[in-house]
Design a binder for this molecule. Structure first.
Ligand SMILES: [Zn+2]
Length: 64
């Protein structure tokens, strides 16, 4: 039976996909955590941008 391999989404190293690898599809815990961290900071940025929908204060008009 041939072992199925996938490429680590973070570093691209071939990873043997089996139940003995708890980090699949990543090659290691390190890559898994880095990728999760990148994903988390990405969603933080999205959440931050979304929270900036407070009403804009109109600029003071020069002409009266
Ligand atoms: Zn990796």
């Amino acid at each position: 039976m041939r072992a199925r391999t996938v490429n680590c989404p973070y570093c691209g190293k071939p990873v043997i996909w089996n139940t003995a690898n708890p980090h699949r599809p990543f090659c290691s815990e390190r890559c898994r955590l880095i990728d999760l961290g990148a994903w988390a900071s990405e969603s933080y940025r999205i959440a931050d941008a979304a929270s900036k929908d407070e009403p804009e204060t109109p600029p003071p008009s020069a002409e009266q």
